[in-house]
Design a protein around this ligand. Sequence first.
Ligand code: PXL
Length: 271
Amino acid sequence: MKIVSVQDISCFGQCSLTVALPVLSAYGIETAILPSGILSTHTGGFKSFTVHDLTDEMPKIIEKWIEAGIKFDAIYTGYIGDARQFDMVLEMKKTLLNPGGKLIVDPAMADHGKMYAALGPEIVDGMRKIAAAADLILPNLTEAAFLLGEEYKDSYTKPEIEEMLKKLAAMGAECAILTGVSYTPDKLGAVAYTKATGEFTEYFAEYQPKSYHGTGDIFSSVAIAGYMNGEPLPKVLKDSCEFIVKCIKKTMPDESHWYGVKFEEVLAEGR
Ligand code: PXL
């Protein structure tokens, strides 16, 4: 099993490629990376940050992979900071996937009702384009609202969530997994919709009073590992939600660790 992940390297901050690579590896998946840019840190909460865009380098790397006959079982995209990269992802789907290979899109661009600091509306348009070509998408509630061109709300009812999932899947993907869903104050989790069967799958874990950057990326990495390893959806959702709960519990006692979660300790304990 080989996956290539397209997202940024935030050199410090425990998100995007610095979590996708170790998590997928720990689940036994060979993981290649196509960095979309290099940042000093993630863009959520540090006073300032540097960005070195890699848009010009990406087609050169892709071309060498094509020359070498390298193929993948899945392309997993996350944070993308430059809109020119979306067409490259669509091209990669044609040139770099094995037969039956999957395009998996985590439209990592927003949270808590807001776009991430460095991203503009052209990123929403681009995420819509690759989400339409994807087999599986994993938005959080804010990203889902933005993909659908809807206003983000602080709370959603079960019928609203299910309607949202149907609309997300209607954009193109066979399966949509919506994260950050909560129907009662003590539970937070994820709900999936499978288009072929019309089935909803949900899992809710114990609500944690703190939220951290990078947990969406870790959730997606664990879920994608399970999905690609052929696990049934109820197990995929349970494993990824419970993984995040463990990460948050490890991190909360350390007030100085505000920028991400201590996922390494959870991996080291054998998940
Ligand atoms: O975790 C998502 C993410 C990825 N990459 C960068 C980010 C963020 C969230 O803020 O800033 C650069």
